[in-house]
Design a protein around this ligand. Structure first.
Ligand SMILES: Cc1ncc(C[n+]2csc(CCOP(=O)(O)OP(=O)(O)O)c2C)c(N)n1
Ligand SMILES: [Mg+2]
Length: 351
């Protein structure tokens, strides 16, 4: 049974196991270790953020994507700094996978002037254009048409850069996403739409919102080439991304990936939702944690070569040290001057 037909029938069935071994045959160990390192970095950053939010050091809400790392990491491997990536409220992985600095992200969450949006935006308004990250905005689906515009601009500039639009299954229910798919297809805009279908829109499961659990049918409706992947399988994400990104880059128009995944934390902050009475099943969460993309890749690598175990462990502890250091450095940075608040809202007063 393919994942796609699986999805519409029995995705949530406890019998659907996605934790089978990954097929690493056509990948170099070096590249896999590097991809694992990026996933570990993102995971550890988010765990740090969850801890700091829980004790109130971070003042504003954070939407954590732990469990979904393979999607951004698998896709970003085929992106360039000149591509134009847009995201939404749950965007830490999308940003970090492009090579953004964890310290600049932390500084932003701490409201410091060295943050990615100079301490003015917090977790839901991130920007790092030098690394190709054109921005995240918490208005659900708000950046999807912007990404289409950025893709159109690349086309008009006769560049083979592409735009990437990350959004969730909930965003798929906004009209503007359908307008965006239609326009992108009609004008053959070079854009990769990535729907991270984590089955939830805030606290509502997809079965309470849609007749079918998969959203890829909307790509078909707009004649957009698409793939549905197990978003917790880095190898599967990479292979879809490699093919579809090359297709979009070669002037063939938009492409669409539906990556089925699951978040470990609840909708917002460090809670897991179940602890505050939301009807997310504890059993489903357990099943999905068994499908964790990082553990799966680690296990597969160690199975391939047991000597990699030590290397993986030391890589992980080195990343942990780097993140703790980055956090300490970010905390030492200054807050913006109060006058900057008005400057960034209304622009600089002309004299
Ligand atoms: C236009 C708009 N409507 C509603 C909200 C409130 N809201 C914030 S996140 C969210 C759920 C989005 O779900 P999804 O797109 O699947 O992303 P996920 O949180 O699962 O990553 C909602 C409804 C909002 N921010 N913007
Ligand atoms: Mg969702």
């Amino acid at each position: 049974m393919t994942l796609e037909s699986d999805l519409s029938q029995s995705l949530l069935s406890k019998t659907v196991h996605l934790d089978a071994n990954l097929d690493l045959r056509s990948h170099s160990i070096e590249s896999l270790l590097n991809q694992l390192k990026i996933m570990q970095l993102i995971r550890n950053c988010e765990i740090k953020i969850a801890e700091m939010r829980k004790i109130g050091i971070i003042g504003g809400p954070v939407h954590l994507g732990a469990g979904q790392e393979a999607v951004a990491v698998g896709i970003s491997r085929f992106l360039r700094k000149t591509d134009r990536v847009f995201s939404a409220h749950r965007s830490h992985a999308h940003l970090l996978a492009l090579g953004a600095s964890p310290k600049a992200l932390f500084a932003e969450l701490l409201g410091r002037s060295t943050g990615l949006t100079k301490g003015m935006g917090g977790s839901m308004h991130l920007w790092d254009q030098p690394n190709g990250f054109y921005g995240s905005v918490p208005i659900v689906a708000g950046t999807v048409p912007l990404a289409v515009g950025a893709g159109l601009a690349a086309k008009m500039q006769i560049k083979d850069d592409i735009a990437v639009s990350y959004f969730g299954d909930g965003a798929m229910e906004e009209g503007v996403v359908h307008e965006s798919l239609n326009l992108a297809s009609h004008l053959a805009i070079p854009i990769l739409f990535v729907c991270e279908n984590n089955l939830f829109s805030s606290h509502m499961h997809i079965s309470q919102r849609q007749p079918i659990h998969s959203v890829a049918r909307f790509a078909d409706a707009n004649k957009i080439r698409k793939k549905v992947v197990d978003g917790n399988n880095l190898i599967e994400v990479e292979s879809a991304a490699e093919e579809l990104i090359a297709y979009a880059r070669s002037g063939n128009g938009p492409v669409f990936i539906e990556a089925v995944t699951y978040r470990h934390f609840g909708h917002v902050d460090w809670r897991d939702d179940i602890d505050v009475g939301v009807s997310r099943s504890a059993e489903d969460l357990e099943v999905w944690k068994l499908r964790d993309p990082i553990t799966r890749l680690e296990k597969a690598l160690i199975l391939l070569d047991p000597k990699l175990k030590n290397l993986i462990e030391s890589q992980s502890s080195q990343i942990n040290d780097e993140i703790n250091n980055a956090w300490k450095l970010a905390e030492m940075d200054q807050f913006p001057e109060p006058s900057f608040l008005l400057e960034s809202v209304y622009g600089k007063e002309s004299k």
